[in-house]
Ligand binder design. Structure first.
Ligand SMILES: Cc1ncc(COP(=O)(O)O)c(C=O)c1O
Length: 396
């Protein structure tokens, strides 16, 4: 058996199930989950209709590179959204949601690579980065997220460590903090990648969930273009329709950027067998071509975040994230105890921040925080805020 499998940690939701084992939640209250980041708004008609009208696509094997119309549509969307030019022929490939691709991309970069065997990413983090590092035969480098900025400062790593890093994941908008990398942050990262020759994998699946319509998050491709790196050297960006279009079950996204990396990844994927169904490709064309449902989606999140924050303002002051659909809340006492009490007394499920982080430099930066995913309906989110208030007012 592959010995690296033993290095994988229990997924946060497994740990949560263990924490709650044997505990009976308050039976007088209906369950509300704020723990899993699964969008719950309805999947738009435009996607459902396109899926149905292209059902014949199920009768053919799809190609791994994807249909030209899909690659063109995604390139045009990237151009509209990020003012970045992507060649649909060489710089973009469809992926089955960003999760599988964030994972398998590491297999493409690592292997017997001559560069070091380390993979760096922010801590706390989306758990796939760590699994990808281990199963790629590499060691993770955790970089603690700064409590003030909500981002990891990779320039704090020593030159020696950076020289060993072959792959570095960034997540902007960040899960769980909601912080967004600025153009300056990107400049610093590009300089480090040039100096130490590593590949940047930018996880941007929350880029379309933001609150200020006039100030959408900067993306990696956008930053590269604005900074005169229009070949996207050593940069690939991952995104998907899961959060943008409330279609987590569609399993549809894209990877775009450095043509050399994309061509190697496409080769890998051909063997890996991760081609997108033609039916799903057509539904994805419809989704990327429509912005109305995305704006409506943002409006719903805006309402939920404002109401949630206002209900809790005197009991648990919450800072608005710049983007994404999580509050990263500092709670009194231990995060696991808070999650347990909230579940037991109020039947609301939240994710302890420590489950998303690892101990590094003497502490786990997720500790003392919980992640609140405002994915449920407006009504359920408001109700959850009132229940958190009730828990804290009762002296948790
Ligand atoms: C930071 C981050 N990246 C990637 C993903 C994967 O999403 P998907 O595979 O649906 O694109 C998630 C899902 O929750 C996430 O939180």
């Amino acid at each position: 058996m592959n010995p690296n499998l033993d290095k994988l940690q229990a997924y946060p939701f497994e740990r949560l199930a263990k924490l709650f084992a044997g505990v009976t939640p308050n039976p007088a209250l209906r369950p509300i989950s704020l723990s899993i980041g699964e969008p719950k708004h309805p999947t738009p008609e435009v996607i459902r209709n396109a899926l149905c009208s292209h059902i014949d696509g199920l009768a053919v094997y799809p190609g791994t590179k994807g249909l030209p119309v899909l690659r063109q549509t995604i390139s045009q969307w990237i151009n509209r959204r990020f003012d970045a030019h992507i060649d649909p022929e060489t710089q973009v490939v469809p992926i089955l949601g960003s999760r599988e691709a964030l994972f398998s991309f590491a297999q493409t970069v690592l292997g017997e690579c001559e560069k070091g065997t380390r993979v760096a990413f922010p801590n706390p983090f989306y758990q796939i980065y760590e699994g990808a590092a281990f199963l790629g035969g590499a060691e993770p480098v955790f970089v603690n997220i700064d409590a003030d900025t909500g981002l990891a400062d990779f320039s704090a790593l020593s030159d020696e460590v950076l020289d060993q890093v072959a792959l570095l994941y960034v997540c902007s908008p960040n899960n769980p903090t909601g912080a967004v990398m600025s153009l300056d942050n990107w400049q610093t990262l590009f300089d480090l990648a040039d100096k130490h020759d590593f590949v940047i994998a930018s996880d941007e699946c929350y880029s379309e969930i933001y609150f200020d319509e006039s100030d959408p998050p900067v993306g990696g491709l956008e930053a590269a273009s604005r900074l005169g790196r229009s070949d996207y050297n050593n940069l690939v960006v991952f995104s998907s329709l899961s959060k943008r279009s409330n279609a987590p079950g569609l399993r549809s996204g894209y990877v775009a950027g450095d043509a050399d990396l994309i061509s190697k990844f496409l080769l890998y994927r051909t063997y890996h067998g991760s081609a997108m169904s033609v039916t799903v490709q057509h539904a994805s064309v419809a989704a990327w071509s429509d912005e109305v449902h995305v704006q409506q989606n943002r409006e719903l999140y805006r309402q939920k975040f404002q109401a949630f924050q206002s209900i809790l303002k005197d009991t648990l002051p919450l800072t608005m994230p710049e983007a994404g659909f999580y509050f990263w809340a500092k709670v009194p006492g231990s995060d696991t105890q808070f999650a347990l009490d909230l579940y037991q007394q109020q039947n609301v499920t939240v994710l302890p921040g420590s489950y998303l982080g690892r101990e590094c430099n003497g502490h786990n930066p997720g500790e003392g925080h919980v992640r609140l995913a405002l994915v449920a309906s407006v009504e359920d989110c408001n109700e959850a805020a009132h229940r958190i208030k009730a828990l804290l007012s009762a002296g948790h």
